[in-house]
Structures are given as structure tokens and as C-alpha cells.
Design a protein around this ligand. Sequence first.
Ligand SMILES: [Zn+2]
Length: 1023
Amino acid sequence: MHDDITLTTGRARRVLTERIWPAVHGTSVPLDVEWHVLPGEPVSPQEGLALAMEPHEVGTPWGRAWGTTWFRLTGTVPADWAGRAVEVVIDLGFDTSMPGFQSEALVYRPDGSPVKSINPRNQHVPVSAAAAGGEPVELFLEGASNPVLLGHDLFQQTQEGDTRTSSPRPLYTTRRMDLAIFEAEVHDLALDVEVLLELQAELPTGPRRMRILQALDDALDVLDLQRIPETAAGARAALADVLASPAEPSAHEISAVGHAHIDSAWLWPVRETIRKVARTTSSMADLIDRTDDFVYGMSSAQQYAWVKEHRPEVWARIKEAVAKGRFLPLGGMWVESDTVMPSGEALARQFSQGQRFFEREFGIRSKGVWLPDSFGYSPALPQLVRRAGFDWFFTQKISWNQVNKFPHHTFWWEGIDGSRVLTHFPPMDTYNSQLSGEEIAKATHQFRESRHATGSIAPVGFGDGGGGTTREMTGKADRLADLEGSAKVRWEHPDAFFERARTELVGSGHGDSAVWVGELYLELHRATLTSQHRTKQGNRRNEQLLVEAEAWAATASARTGADYPYDELDALWQQVLLLQFHDILPGTSIAWVHRETVAQHAAITAGAQEIIERSLRTLVGEGDTALRANPAVFAQAGVPALGVGPATGPTAAPSTLTELSDAELPGGGYVLANDLVRVTLDAAGHVTSAVDLATGRDAVAPGREANVLQLHQDFPNKWDAWDVDRFYRNSVTDLRAAEKVTATVDDGVAVVTVHRTFSASSLDQVITLAPGSRTLEVTMETDWHEAEKFLKVAFPLDVRAEHVAAETQFGFTRRVTHTNTSWEAAKFETSMHRWVLAEEPGFGIGLVNDSVYGYDVTREVSDDGVAPASGVPEVTTTVRLSLLRAPRFPDPETDQGVQTHRYGLVVGVDTAAATEAGATFGARPRELRGASGFEPLVSVSGGVTLSAVKLADDRSGDLVVRVYEALGRRASGTVTVAAPVAGARTVSLIEDDVEGGAAEPTADGVAVELSPFEVRTLRFTRG
Ligand SMILES: [Zn+2]
């Protein structure tokens, strides 16, 4: 026969789009609309409902950026609509080519109870399934006119990202506010046609596809385009057979879970996220009520806590749906945080604060960690996930890799300590699925474990202001449950999927074949380690201060009976955890968010300092003895870790400073020396040598200079605040010129100061060598006024390092320095915490920092490959710290102004010494006065490193001590509590009892055997 597939598909597509979908609400009457434009920030629903209203004509522009407009809609159901399903249809002026990221509204009844949200692709409000004629209708809308910041013009600089700079012009025009008949049969027909159209497009030309095409033609033949509601049932009958044909027995199985990825702040401030969550959850509670099997999953205890606090009427509906098992709290974290930069303690608190909230409010715990969208995953995570009591880990983001395709979808992810967690990446490569035919086919074809495993997960719904899952998506899921040619779709809890996946993987006998060891490096968004420096600096500072505050407060409680500030510490931690959200800590939010973040970090610092000072005052008593408190977990300045001792002077000989003549060093320079190292600076303040006096080894590569600032052009192809593209390295300017250099010895410390100017910016460095220190410390203040530049500081080191070690949570990870494979080449910018170390056996050089997370490493070889070989090739290693960037999107003023850094070059160290140097660098001793010092409450020995000393989260008064093995070897030591102790046991990372957790305290404390990088949490009951 003559066949023309495109004729049928073209026909079906046009009729579907232009006739069937518009006929779903074919008959409508306009509502009377009034409005009230709020002058400033949002008000509570109670206040909103009581506002004085004025008439609004639909078609009028409304909504300045970040504004709130309340609308009142009134009308009467026409008498001849009696018995019909009636809805309100609202179009606020949406651009439906984008599901979210624009204006939204929450719809309320006159009594203040929420109905559901209005979003670009979810514009209906149910009024009645069978209306009475003449029935009055009254609804209120809380309309938010959020500006589109990432629309069709991608990554363009904009001033709309802050109320301080946004324009007052209205952004939207109301288009429709009608009462309409909802034609359920037409809606069903639309979904029938859409599902079949999308399915056939993915099928090979064969019987199944051809029969679908014929059925579509048959259906369209009986559909009267002028009488669609009346003829829809007949058209559906023509499609019934092809829709009833069941799936193949081996069809891929998709575990769908309703979802809305709502970024806790990003292109909107936190206050708007609170409302986004309330809108989306209202819609999801409504959809749950209208379906039998749909389940909706939402992560982030913080988002639940917001709804509870700010929208109690929405909260009640969430609680009800959670109790029914249809609304699923997922993930067990406080927020979907970044996992690369937060400290080990902070990640532990993400889990403990998240799970405690879910337990308290819903009586449940999450079994898995749900992190679809953060930018790479730390190799410490598998252990922390497992020790926090989780069974599975879920993400999707690695599908965004620029270069390498990740080889598994369901696999074991193994961390630095050997812990494994069952991990799944949805092969659909999205966390905003619409259950389209294309997505379903992609999941089927891409899934890497089809030999042994039957299915994958699909998070279904529009995020970030799209309103979550739609009734069209649940309608599609109904049709895709068992359909020939398609994967089978069912709504289910991810726990059920993971349970099945585990059985399939292990039961197949191939459970070990899919294992990924080490970090899940995202080959994209590498600049998130550097953008918005103050946000990162606040994070690092406050992570340290809160751990310190807990330790002193716990000590004060044990020694003096002082009250432990549980509520204050919980509140401060929760704020730090929120600011670790995966668009805040990475520096990828609008100006408004980062402005608030810097202020919040300052407030957290003040709160933590207050607890620290109060606790220390209680402990040292009234007196005038000069004392020194050591907040670090290593002894320093003659004071043991977490103890307070007399403030004695330095025991090491003062450092010396010698000026060099032009004859000694061309141009002159300075030698800074102490008992351990001798450092030479040239006249411009660059380090020409740094000699470890014990070995005679020079840290600086021959003929090179270290501490050289380098400025790169940095204009990525996309995602300005997120990305640095490889080509940035092709051009570089060394900032060599120094305007002014001074040198002196101050209180035994050798000090050189350097002032430099470059383009529109300037910087001051204070370079110091303290007595008895291996660290050449640099304190730097930069007045930064650059655009699209990347500032690094380079250290060409005279070590042949095959890999460098970089601190991560509770240990370190090694990365090779070569670029043999595309995987290694893609890691041209990587992460560290407080230190990075380049070493040869017997000699290593560390770089420590107070607020840097990004670095890069390159190797240089003197052998240029041109014969003859003249000797031993010199291989050196250059490590560069990433200091500042200046992207213009989404915050056009990113990092402008005064920025501070502290970093240090540590000469002659191994991983143990680097760990200690990193830990003490950001936890300097505090000088104070009091009656007397005190011994630490907790001390450790035998290769055991302290992480936290606190009172238990359950407020029982038990002491919790977290320790770890930091060096990747076995440790056999003790944990001693210098206070009466009745018993001790090992508990989970979030302080739950674990099987076999008993540990008997002895006179020496508790004996602790740790395997490489093991984290152990101990709980002591007080005697
Ligand atoms: Zn996100």
C-alpha cells in the first residue's frame, strides 16, 4: 500500500495541539477580578486575604520583579453547567515554553485554606466535579512576579537579581481568569493521542508502530473538530485496542516518583523558596487526593520546616499525605547540600539534623540519600552515608559530564575507607521527567545494567516553580503501566526500587562487577570551588567555630554543670547547613542570596563566638592570669588540643630576617629563617627558595619562583559562575611587579609586606615566618575590581609527585598529576579542604589555607625529548591555589571589592604533618585571662584524630566524641574522657545505637582500633 507515516503523525500532532488540548476547557466565562499590589515584601495569607482590593482588568500588565500581587476572583457557575465538572483557568502571562522560573501563584479559598498552585503548565483550579448551577465562586491568588533570569537569552548579565537593583516595570500581563467546564473525556483523549504519538516515534517501523498509526488515523476520522467533546468518546474507542496491548515480559521497568527539584535558593532568595515549596506541595497534596497510586517525594528537612513555620495550613495537608504513605520525605539531609566542600562534621550534621526532623515530625527515617543535583560527590560520602544508617544513594548529575560517559547506572560506590553504598543514576538523565516517550525510550536504551537488573528510577515533575507533577503526567503513567513497545511505569517509593535493585545485583552473582571507587567528579561546574569567596570563607570559619563552641560548651557542662546550649547550637548549625545548599556554597546564586549569606555567616560567627566566650569564662573562672585556649584538635603553642594552658612565650628561637644585596641575589631580597626552614624572597616578594634545614631540600623548583599570583582570562562558554573551561589556561599574566616591599622582625616573627597593583585592582600580602614553624604564611587582602578573570597563586615545587593528596572529609584523596586518560585530563580543577600535599617518599610540601577549595596541578619535565640525553630528567610539580573569580552571571558583581585570604607553604611534611598543619591553620589559639587553665575533657592517642566533642543530640547529657583515622592506615589508640564515665559505646554517625556497639571503658579510656580513614562515633554515659 502507499504509506506515509509523516502524514499521520503530522495530522495527529496538529489536531492534538490546535484542537484537542484547547477543547479541554472549551466553554468558559470570565471571572470578576480585583487586585492589590503590595508595596514591598510578601505578607501572611491572613493579611493578604484582608487587603483592600480594586478592580483588575484581565489583559493589564502586573508584577514588578520580586513583587507580590493579591488577586480576588469572583463569579457564579452558569445555571446550564449544573452537573458538569467546573474549574477555574488562570494564565498570569506565562511563557509555557518554560515550565517554571517565572511568575507563580498560590490559590486560597476565602477561609485561607490553600487549594493548589498556578504555574506555567498547570493553570487549572478545581471548583467542583459536579457543579450546582448558580453556585458562587470566590478564590484568592497570592501572585509572585519573579523575574526570569535564565530564559531564552542564556547567561546574560542582569540587574534583576536583587531588589536593590531590579527595575520597577511590570513583567507580566494577565491573560485569562475564567470559569470553565472541564471536559474529562477530551482530556483523556488528549493523553491517549499524546502517549501513542510519542511512543510510535521511538519504535522501529514494524507492526506495532504501524498499528498505532492506523489507530490514530481511525480516531481522527471519527473526531468532529467542531464537536470535539461530543465525539471524543468515539475517537477514544478507536484507540482502545492499541492502548490495551500489554508490554513485553522483558520490558524495562520505571519506578516513577513525583518530584519537583526546588533549589533552596538560586535565581531567587530563600524567602521565595519558602513560597515555592508551599505552592508546589499544595498542588501535590491536591494531586494525591485525586489519584490512587501517585506518590510524591520531597527531600530537605529545611523545606518541610519552612512550610511548618510559614504556611501551617499547607503543612497540615503534607502531614496527612505523609501519614498515608503518599507524600514521601526523602534524603534525610537538612538540605540537598554540596558534598565536596562541607567539612566532615557539617555533612554529619546534614544527616543528623535531617533525620531528626523527619523522625520528630513524621516518625520516620529516610533510608537513602537523595541528591539529584549537586556538583560532584566526595569520596568520603559512602562511609558517611552508611554510618549515618542509609542504604542507598541517588543522583543524576554525573550525566552532565563534559567528556566522559559514566559506565554504570546501578552500582556500588566505594569510598576512601572501602565502605560501599548502593547507588543509582536514572538512565533518563533528568530529574524533571515528564514521562515523555523520548525519556522512556532513553531510559530503556541507556540503562547499563540490563543484563541483571530490571529497572530504573524516574523523578517526574517540574521543579523550581513548575509546580511538581501534573495530572497530565499521572495520566501518562496510567497509560504506560503496561503498554506494548514501552517501558512499564509504576509509581513507587525509591526504597522499593533499591530493595529490588539490590536483590537483582547481588542475586545475579555480578554484584561486584559494577563498582566505582573514589570521588564522583563532575566534569563541569569546576569553578564552583571558587566563585563567591566570602560565602566560602564564612562556611569554613563557622564550621570550625561551631565545632569549637560545642567542645568548650561540653567541657563546661561536664566540669561545672553549666547548661549546654542545645537550642542555640541547633539553630546555628541549621543556618550553616542551609548555606551549604548546592547553589549557595558553590557561589551560583543571585546577588541577593549571596548578600544575605555573608550577613548570615557574620551573625552565625557572632553566635558561635558568644557560646565560646561564655563557656571559656565559666571554665577558667575569674582571675588575671594570662591563658591560652587551643581550639584545634592538635596541640599547639604548648597547649594540648581543646585545653587551656598558661600563655607562655614562644619556646623556639626568634625568626631572623636578613636583607640580601644585589650581589647575593640579583635585585636584592630577603632571607627569613628559623630553626626549621630558610626562605628566600626576591625584591618583588616572590619565593625563590624554601629550604628544609633538616634535609637540605629546597621546596621551590630550580630557577622558578613560588607565591606568584597569576591572572587568567576566564569567560566560559556557558554557566559563568559555575564553569571554568579548559582554555582559560591558554593566556596568563604573572603579577610580578611590586609597588612597595617592606621587611621587619615583629615579636620574633619575620615579616615581609608586599603591595601590588594590576589593572583595576590592588593587593597587599603580609608574608611571615614564625619561630618554630615550617609554614611560610601569607595573609592577603585584595581590592578586586576585575571582570571575567581568574586569580591563582602558583607554587612550582621541586618534587616529582606522581599524585597529590588533598584533604577531604575525614581524610584525604590522592589524584594523579598526569593526564593519561580523558578522565584525568578532565580533572583540570579539583577540590581540597584545608591542605594539599605534593610529595616524594621522604619529602613533601604542603599548601594550607583558611578558605580555599579549588586548586590545580601540572607537572613539568626538563627532558624535551630531543636527543642526546644529557642527564637525569628533572620532574617538578606546580600546585596552584584558586583565589578569586569574577563571573557576571547570575551575580554581575561577583566577588567585587575587598577580599581576604590566608594560605601557607609548609616545607618538609608528610600527610600526618599536613593534616596537623591544615587543622591548626584555621584554629589559632585564643588569648584570655582567668583564674586557671584546664586539662582537655577528651584526649586521644595512637593515631586517632578527634573530630567533635559534644553533648548528645537527644539531650540526655551523654557525651559524644567523634574520632577518625586521618592518614589511610590502621590506628590502635585510646579515647580518654577526663570526667566520671559510667559506660561507652559506638553509635552511628547520627548517634543512633548500632549492633555490637558496646565498648568497655578502662582506666586509660576506651581502646579504639580504626581501619584506614574510619570514622567512629562514641557515646559516653556520665558517671
Ligand atoms: Zn539544584
